[in-house]
Design a protein around this ligand. Structure first.
Ligand SMILES: NC(=O)c1ccc[n+]([C@@H]2O[C@H](COP(=O)([O-])OP(=O)(O)OC[C@H]3O[C@@H](n4cnc5c(N)ncnc54)[C@H](OP(=O)(O)O)[C@@H]3O)[C@@H](O)[C@H]2O)c1
Length: 243
């Protein structure tokens, strides 16, 4: 069994997968979770084919039971957690007068509530890892939309701003336990989530593998170096996008 273990939520999406691949390459046993079991298995297979150890746990992160089940399954398989990647997320755009409660709740539940509950569930094992090697990681996928509030994606942006703030807060709380917390804040990334905007942007987007490499950087910096956040933009884009 791998000597270190990582749990990646939203593991069937291209960003989660790219991060999982890097963690696998760096020697971590992997747990991937997402709602749809078929898509999750399909995503996990190439990683398994390349020799990585992968546990898949289908669960809907809008329910507390779903979140807890993912962490319980991970613990049972690996007995340790060295890197937690809270990456599951979704966005629904709407003009402010047309925000539907159903989609408001969904974005709050997946992007923020599940991330907080998952962090709560993961921290006991992360503390053990932090005490062992001083560099346990919590990586939260936020967004550039969390840095500069975008129109139309206002709810999404607000959840991602909260993710950045929560990440900062838990870093203050957990740093002395050898746990480092980082928010990733990318603009539009070339995944299914950005399909709606690709054509109008008309230039290549940030690649999922760029997020993977950002996590590799976090894995390789020393325990005395904390990286609070990594902002990724297209060249010249600045903090104005809505990804
Ligand atoms: N793509 C971009 O432009 C972009 C930019 C900035 C930040 N991000 C963030 O990056 C993260 C990954 O996004 P992506 O681009 O890889 O999108 P994606 O391809 O749509 O992947 C989203 C992942 O989250 C899972 N998920 C969604 N709702 C869920 C739920 N209720 N319970 C459990 N899992 C759920 C999805 O699987 P199921 O649907 O099967 O559940 C999938 O694995 C998200 O947090 C997103 O907000 C994306």
């Amino acid at each position: 069994m791998a000597e270190r273990a990582a749990l990646i939520t939203g593991g069937s999406g291209e960003i989660g997968l790219a991060i999982a691949r890097v963690l696998g390459e760096e020697g971590y046993g992997l747990t991937l979770s997402a709602r749809r079991p078929e898509k999750l298995e399909e995503a996990a297979q190439p990683l398994r084919d390349d020799g990585f150890e992968v546990l898949t746990v289908p669960a809907n992160m809008t329910s507390e039971e779903g979140v807890v089940a993912v962490f319980d399954a991970h613990k049972e398989r690996y007995g340790r957690l060295d890197a937690l990647v809270n990456n599951a997320g979704m966005g629904v755009g709407a003009p402010v007068e047309e925000i539907q409660t159903k989609f408001l709740d969904m974005q709050l539940d997946v992007n923020l509530r599940a991330l907080i509950l998952g962090t709560r569930e993961g921290v006991p094992l992360l503390r053990e890892a932090g005490a062992e090697h001083g560099k346990a990681l919590i990586v939260n996928t936020a967004s550039l939309a969390g840095k500069a509030g975008p129109g139309w994606l206002t709810v999404y942006g607000a959840t991602k701003a909260a993710v950045i703030n929560f990440t900062e807060g838990i870093e203050h709380e957990l740093a002395k336990s050898g746990i480092q917390c980082t928010a990733l804040a990318p603009g539009f990334v070339d995944t299914a989530m950005a399909d709606f905007i690709k054509e109008s942007i008309g230039e290549p987007l940030i690649q999922p593998s760029d997020l993977g490499e950002a996590v590799r950087f976090l894995l390789r910096t020393s325990p005395s170096c904390h990286v609070p956040e990594i902002v990724l933009t297209r060249p010249g884009e600045g903090y104005v996008s809505t990804g």
